[in-house]
Structures are given as structure tokens and as C-alpha cells.
Design a protein around this ligand. Structure first.
Ligand code: OGA
Ligand code: NI
Length: 358
């Protein structure tokens, strides 16, 4: 694992900077010109990622199950991203989970600092990813915690406040895990694999799972920076609960950035690098990034459904042949994750660099 013990520079909370009312952002948040977002005019019927109603999966009607599966399969192959409604997670619980995390970030700094994280585990309250001195930073703070496997879950590292916080987060995560399990079956079947293939490859009952809550404060110069730089998610699949009505997430489609318009009580779901590897690139983990707003903050809960850290992940044998050789070497998720943890978010450079020459 990482031998880096501490951050290379003193940590500045972006929320405190934003609250101080400054009208120019410090240089360390200014992105190179080529990475800066182009703030697009508001168009109502612009291109967006697919929106899929998952109720067919629960219907018990084989035809509806099949039609829904196919929609998911197409979205994973073509976009690597989709929004899901009627996904089985109660809408009230989604609202409560978002609200309790918002209240966490609204607490006095002293309360939040009790959970300040370090680059050994990243667990707790953080403001940077990557440990390179002098790196250009993102305009966000976050909270990171482990949920599965259960031996990694430590409630003492979860915020104790606001009241009922741990209870709500626990309930929310138990429901989101069920959605993750269901999607793993849909993905396996769509790829022509046995229904439990991906779940078994992730470690069976006790796969890995963690939560990263992103807090993007208002930003006086949103055209110069990003809330989260371009990256693909290193894990298996991501189930993201975005903020109500506040856009921010952009997905790469060829050379364009598509701004996702969140639907009511929808999750934004995307394929991560480990499923790209297991599917031998039939499914793609697509680059995405987050832009920030001048007048409004944004919060999002990114739930990562991952393989257990110590298992070797490699292209499924069933998907490899002499015409379709394995594109990636096998590697554990722990080894894989070190890269993003050392370097910070860097587009798709890691999964691409692993590709074997053909
Ligand atoms: C992430 C992520 C997007 C968002 O946490 O990996 O891509 O909208 N978040 O916050
Ligand atoms: Ni992401």
C-alpha cells in the first residue's frame, strides 16, 4: 500500500475559502487553459445521457425484464453512463441522506476537523486527492468512508453529528448496495456471462464498497477551475446521487462535454475501470468531470461498488479469444487504486496505459 504518510502542503478547506467571500480564486485552483470548462449557453433540449426506468427489472414479467436489460446494456456500451429512475431505493431515503450530509458540511469547522483525513487511507474529511506538491487543486471538499467488506467499516470514522447521521447513512447504503447487486446481475447477463459472474469476481457476498460525498462550494470564477478534474472511476460501478436541480456533472462524449440534467430522484450510474477490464472493454468507463457555479453550492453522494482490494481482476476468460485477446493484465484493485491516490484525477491515463500492445 501507499507509504505516503501526510499531505505535501497544509490543507485549505475550499468551503472556508468560499465563505470568506473572495472574488478571485487562489492560483493553485486555476486550471491550464486547455482544461478549463466552456460555460455553455442554456439550451433545453440538448443531448443528455440515457434515462432508464428500472421498474421492468422488478416486474416479474420476462419481456419487461429483457427490454430493460437491453436498455441498460446499450447505455453501458455506448455511453458508459445512464440515469435510472424507479430503481428500488426509496425517494425519501435519498433526500434524507443528501440532507444529513449537507448538515454535516454546514457544521463549524472544529467539528469537521475531528475527522480530517490523511493520504494513508483517505478515510474522513478531505480537500485533495493526490499527494504531488504544487499540484493544481480542485474546487471541492469531500468525505470518504468504507462500507464493505464489513471488516473495513468503522463507525468511529463516520461523523457522529448531525443527530441520526450514522443511522440514515447506514440505511441508505444498505439500500444502494442492493441496487448495485442487481445491476451486477444485469451487466453479467448482458455480457453473456453467468448471472453471478461479476459479483463472484468482486469477492462474492463481501465485495468492496465505499462512499465519497462531494461538496462543491460556490466559486467566484467558475470558468477558471473545476470541482473535480476529468477522471474515470477506478472501481466497479458508481451510483451517484446528485443534488436537486443543480447541474455540475459533465460526461465526455467524443470530444464534447455533455452536462447531465438530473431527473427527479434519479441515480446517475456509470461503469468503472474494473468493469472495463473484466468486460475486456465491451463496457467503457467514461471520463467525466464536475463544473462549479458562482451562485449555488452543490453536493453529491458517489457510491462506489468495487471488487475486494486483494483480488486479481482480469478480462473474463469467456470474453477472450484469439480474435479478441485480453487487453489488460491482471492486477488487484488495491494496486490499481494507488495510482489515482498518488497522482490525483488524470482522465483515463491509467486504464489506457495498461492496455497491452496488440
Ligand atoms: C466522483 C464523481 C461526480 C459528481 O465522485 O467520482 O465523479 O457529480 N462525482 O459529484
Ligand atoms: Ni467519478
Amino acid at each position: 500500500m501507499s507509504c505516503v504518510q501526510d499531505w505535501p502542503e497544509p490543507i485549505i478547506r475550499v468551503q472556508s475559502l468560499s465563505d470568506s467571500g473572495l472574488d478571485r480564486i487562489p492560483d493553485c485552483y486555476v486550471k491550464p487553459v486547455t482544461e478549463r470548462p466552456v460555460v455553455e449557453p442554456v439550451v433545453t433540449d440538448r443531448l443528455d445521457i440515457p434515462l432508464i426506468d428500472l421498474s421492468g427489472l422488478f416486474s416479474g414479467d420476462p419481456y419487461k425484464v429483457q427490454v430493460t436489460r437491453e436498455k441498460v446494456g446499450e447505455a453501458c456500451r455506448v455511453w458508459g453512463f445512464f440515469q435510472a429512475v424507479n430503481h428500488g431505493v426509496p425517494p425519501d431515503l435519498m433526500d434524507q441522506a443528501r440532507q444529513t450530509w449537507r448538515e454535516f458540511f454546514y457544521q463549524p469547522m472544529k467539528e469537521k476537523q475531528k475527522y480530517a483525513n490523511d493520504p494513508k487511507t483517505y478515510e474522513g474529511y478531505g480537500s485533495r486527492l493526490g499527494v504531488e506538491k504544487g499540484a493544481v487543486l480542485d474546487w471541492s471538499d469531500y468525505y470518504f468512508l468504507h462500507y464493505l467488506p464489513s471488516n473495513l467499516k468503522d463507525h468511529c470514522k463516520w461523523p457522529a453529528q448531525p443527530p441520526h447521521h450514522r443511522e440514515v447513512v447506514e440505511k441508505y447504503l444498505s439500500e444502494v448496495v442492493k441496487l448495485g447487486q442487481r445491476l451486477m446481475k444485469v451487466f453479467s447477463t448482458n455480457l453473456g456471462l453467468e448471472e453471478n459472474y461479476l459479483q463472484n469476481a468482486f469477492g462474492g457476498e463481501e465485495n468492496g464498497a465505499c462512499l465519497r460525498v462531494n461538496y462543491y462550494p460556490k466559486c467566484p470564477q467558475p470558468d477558471l477551475t473545476l470541482g473535480l478534474s476529468s477522471h474515470s472511476d477506478p472501481g466497479g460501478l458508481t451510483i451517484l446521487l446528485p443534488d436537486h436541480d443543480v447541474p455540475g456533472l459533465q460526461v465526455r462524449r467524443n470530444d464534447k462535454w455533455i452536462t447531465v440534467k438530473p431527473a427527479q430522484h434519479a441515480f446517475i450510474i456509470n461503469v468503472g475501470d474494473q468493469i472495463q477490464v473484466l468486460s475486456n472493454a465491451i463496457y467503457k468507463s467514461v471520463e467525466h468531470r464536475v463544473i462549479v457555479n458562482p451562485n449555488i453550492e452543490r453536493i453529491s453522494l458517489a457510491f462506489f461498488y468495487n471488487p475486494r482490494g486483494e483480488l486479481l481482476i482480469e478480462p473474463a476468460k469467456e470474453l477472450v479469444s484469439s480474435e479478441n485477446p485480453a487487453l489488460y493484465p491482471s492486477m488487484t484493485f488495491n494496486e490499481y487504486r494507488l495510482y489515482i491516490r498518488l497522482k490525483g484525477p488524470r482522465g483515463k491515463s491509467q486504464v489506457e496505459s495498461l492496455k497491452s500492445p496488440r
